[in-house]
Write a protein that binds this ligand. Structure first.
Ligand SMILES: [Zn+2]
Length: 186
């Protein structure tokens, strides 16, 4: 039975994760509410630069499976399973950094910014970093920049997204220097 199987898988995961140290205590459930609340928070900082809608589990960018995409100035498309996996693996609130990275692409679309690889992606990392700072200082979240950097480093591909050290550098650059530096200095 589908329900019973899901339940037992969830129990198995719950039993495993503390031993593996993967899921921080009190890790958030990354569902539509969490994602839309995160979008509202990001809009509070960056809504003057771009105002995309965040679609959840809808493959709104035509992607083969939901993860995290921005396609055009008004569309961000994410998946709950992907973002939950990122938080479980790298720490609480990593999903917010990832959505803010996509928001960075929305700003690029809105402003017609089209940089050569990997700078287009590194500028989005920079925007993710500035939201991590805003979340910490204005929204009073515990700092999640270290978790965010771990997530970014792990997804480095040495081409489109850059190297782990480049992703690390530009995420922290945004965190330290803010949006105008991300937009004007990269
Ligand atoms: Zn990107």
């Amino acid at each position: 039975m589908k329900t019973a199987r899901t339940h037992s898988l969830a129990q198995a995961a719950a039993a495993l994760t503390p031993a593996l140290g993967l899921m921080p205590a009190g890790a958030a459930t990354v569902n539509n509410t969490y994602i839309q609340n995160s979008a509202t928070e990001i809009r509070g900082q960056l809504g003057g630069y771009a105002r995309p809608t965040v679609y959840v589990n809808q493959r709104a960018c035509g992607e083969p499976s939901p993860s995290a995409f921005a396609c055009g100035p008004y569309t961000i498309s994410v998946g709950t399973s992907f973002l939950q996996g990122q938080e479980n693996s790298y720490g609480n609130y990593v999903a917010k950094f990832i959505i803010a990275h996509e928001w960075g692409h929305s700003i690029q679309f809105t402003r017609g910014i089209n940089k050569r690889a990997p700078l287009q992606e590194l500028q989005a990392d920079c925007v993710g970093g500035i939201f991590a700072k805003y979340a910490q200082t204005t929204l009073r979240y515990p700092s999640f920049i270290e978790s965010a950097v771990r997530s970014a480093r792990a997804a480095a591909d040495y081409s489109t997204h850059g190297t782990p050290s480049q992703r690390d550098y530009y995420s922290r650059y945004g965190y330290a220097n803010g949006l105008s530096a991300c937009l004007n200095n990269i």
